[in-house]
Ligand binder design. Structure first.
Ligand code: ADP
Ligand code: MG
Length: 388
């Protein structure tokens, strides 16, 4: 990566490299923007940003995965408009940093990422957080301020009304642990997973065109459901505040669609707590069943699954040694996450790849989910994987 940097920019003097991980969300889907609970883990797949001072007063940004080069005078960065392309992620972060009192210094940046793009493993937050560290170049920002700043960049500059989960776990990820996040208080606790299980993400290799618009539609539907519920329960501020019993009591106020969306969020929040509890007790069977319940709720009530995701979940459940599986991420493509016995991995990989290729004519990529550290500087001794 350093050689590539030198070739592109002529010099690597003063170069530092920053890393931020992608993530897989084990359970708690579409709950973050409803201020509920999520249980992601940071992956060893990550975005890397190499950065060095430039001598021409300008900011240059390149991705190894894109042909075009971005550049502009470093002092003009905060005045830029979104371009509806990948540069909106780093540029949105730059604008937020300037607003927060951190001017952007003239620099050359090169991006490499091993997080598959648009697959529900959060390549966007990995890019935002690693870019933020590169722009900061050693200036420090409190972790929570950093995560929220990157979320604001995605919401306001990239135009995606996302919750806090992806940026939060990119910052707070911990090797060996999943992280349960309370998306209202913005506190978390580490969740040690039981021995004798592994998690795999399986990529459908598709992202259907309606993914972004459906996400925005679900955000709006949840807000509308809250408005209706508040006419009876005025203290409710988000679906996070609604208990299953309360939801039953206000059911007559809600349309069919609103009732289903709310039911998913309310039951999904409960499933996160139940999953963490089952994990602490080492109840692997219960953990697996909760994953499957989550998938069914996302498929039937929240309606964000698709035939490819449903196929991967059903195919996984037919393999010996699999405890459970569900779609992970926003939906309409992207990945599933499967919980299984480590010894079952080779057979699982073979059967899933064969079955999926036969049905959809593409080989699904499979990623081991190793709980990894959150964002930081890459040390001299660390290896940066080649780009995917
Ligand atoms: P996800 O976060 O699930 O991967 P998103 O749609 O939120 O999916 O973000 C994907 C987008 O992030 C890509 O379309 C691209 O604009 C940007 N992106 C991610 N990684 C890179 C990269 N390595 N180089 C350039 N752009 C990237
Ligand atoms: Mg994203």
């Amino acid at each position: 990566m350093i050689e590539n940097f030198r070739r592109l920019y002529g010099s690597a003097d003063g170069l530092r490299i920053w890393r931020a991980p992608g993530r897989v969300n084990l359970i708690g889907e579409h709950t973050d923007y409803n201020l509920g609970f999520v249980l992601p883990l940071a992956l060893d797949l990550a975005a890397y940003v190499a950065a060095a001072p430039s001598r021409d007063g300008r900011l240059h940004i390149r991705s190894e995965h894109r042909a075009e080069l971005f550049e502009c005078p470093a002092g003009e960065i905060a005045a830029l408009e979104p371009r509806r392309q990948w540069t909106d992620y780093p540029l949105g972060v730059a604008r937020e940093l300037v607003r927060a009192g951190f001017p952007i210094q003239p620099a050359n940046l090169l991006i490499r990422s091993t997080v598959p793009e648009g697959s529900g493993l959060s390549s966007s937050a990995a890019l935002e957080v690693s870019s933020a560290l590169a722009f900061l170049n050693g200036r420090t920002l409190e972790p929570l301020v950093l995560a929220r700043l990157c979320q604001r960049a995605e919401r306001e500059f990239a135009g995606m009304p996302c919750g806090i989960m992806d940026q939060y776990i990119a910052v707070y990820g911990r090797a060996g642990s999943a992280v349960e996040i309370d998306c209202r208080s913005l506190e978390h606790r580490l969740v040690a997973l039981p021995a004798g299980i592994a998690f795999l993400a399986v990529n459908t290799m598709v992202k259907h065109a309606l993914a972004a618009s459906a996400y925005q539609e679900r955000v709006a539907e949840c807000a509308a459901a809250v408005e209706r519920i508040r006419t009876r329960l005025p203290r409710v501020e988000s679906l996070r505040d609604v208990s299953p019993a309360q939801l039953a009591s206000v059911a007559p106020l809600l349309s069919g669609v609103a009732a289903r969306r709310a039911r998913h969020v309310v039951t999904e929040n409960a499933r996160v707590a139940a999953f963490v509890d089952a994990s602490a007790r080492g109840d692997l069977g219960r953990m697996g069943r909760l994953l499957v319940e989550s998938h069914h709720s996302l498929r039937d009530d929240y309606q964000v699954s698709c035939p490819e995701l449903d196929f991967l979940v059903d195919a996984a459940l037919a393999v010996d040694g699999v405890f459970g599986a569900r779609m992970t991420g926003g939906g309409f493509g992207g990945c599933t996450v499967t919980m299984l016995r480590p010894g079952a991995i080779p057979q699982f990989g073979e059967r899933i790849a064969r079955g999926y290729a036969r049905r959809f004519h593409v080989t699904p990529a499979i990623y081991p989910c190793r709980p990894s550290a959150g964002a930081g500087e890459v040390k001299n001794c660390e290896t940066i994987p080649s780009a995917v």
